[in-house]
Design a protein around this ligand. Structure first.
Ligand SMILES: [Mg+2]
Ligand SMILES: [Zn+2]
Length: 218
């Protein structure tokens, strides 16, 4: 008989489990400045995230080994991640990762912690020399804006009989409104501003271990 969970914790990656957006940091360092114009077009809803990412990553010149060295030396995980994962495990709450980001940096930054996520969805980057081709393998979870729509991932949690709890920071995380039962947003983030402006209830945090007590709220 499948085990039923009361809650499932769905976590964004860039800017949520890290203190900076990794994709932006890599483009900032390894793409010409025009990548910003593509990102701005996405923010203005003129193109989808996958369209923006295909165009942005086509501008990047970077080899895989250097990419991994760069993220490991320039990007920090947000403090308190292990305590949050421990807190969820202690409560029998599965943790899912839902990200519009890419395997090469998510796997490099999470290391052994990757095994602590019961399920994970993110996109793929294929390196050929210093060229990067991005792939979006989760069509079934895409929406008009996202490669991996966090609202749809919350729907999967609910379909599994659990109450979805979401933690995020960015533009694309707005898709969880109406799909997650509770939302936590990085203090001062785009997501926090959006939820505040729309009168949606949420909690703000800086360290991830601040959310352990929030797991018990109802
Ligand atoms: Mg994010
Ligand atoms: Zn979406």
């Amino acid at each position: 008989m499948p085990v039923r969970f009361s809650h499932i914790l769905v976590l964004d990656f860039d800017g949520t489990l890290t203190t900076a957006d990794v994709g932006d940091a890599v483009c900032q360092r390894y793409a010409p400045p025009s990548w910003r114009e593509i990102d701005d077009r996405w923010v203005r809803h003129e193109i989808s995230l996958p369209e923006a990412q295909r165009a942005m990553w086509a501008l990047v010149r970077l080899r895989q080994e250097e990419a991994i060295d760069f993220v490991r030396s320039h990007i920090e995980l947000r403090p308190g991640l292990d305590a949050l994962l421990d807190g969820a495990a202690a409560r029998g709450i599965p943790v899912w990762l839902a990200s519009g980001g890419f395997d090469f940096y998510i796997d490099a930054l999470l290391g052994e912690r990757r095994a602590r996520f019961a399920r994970a969805w993110y996109s793929r980057a294929r390196f050929t020399g210093d060229r990067i081709l991005v792939e979006f393998p989760h069509d079934d979870l895409a929406c008009g804006r996202c490669a991996v729509c966090k609202g749809r991932v919350c729907d999967l949690a609910r379909a599994a009989g659990a109450s979805p709890l979401f933690v995020g920071d960015g533009h694309s995380d707005r898709c969880v409104v109406g799909h997650a039962d509770r939302v936590a947003a990085v203090r001062g983030s785009t997501l926090a501003r959006h939820l505040g402006e729309h009168g949606t209830r949420f909690v703000e945090f800086e360290r991830l271990d601040e959310l352990v007590a929030w797991l018990d709220a109802d």
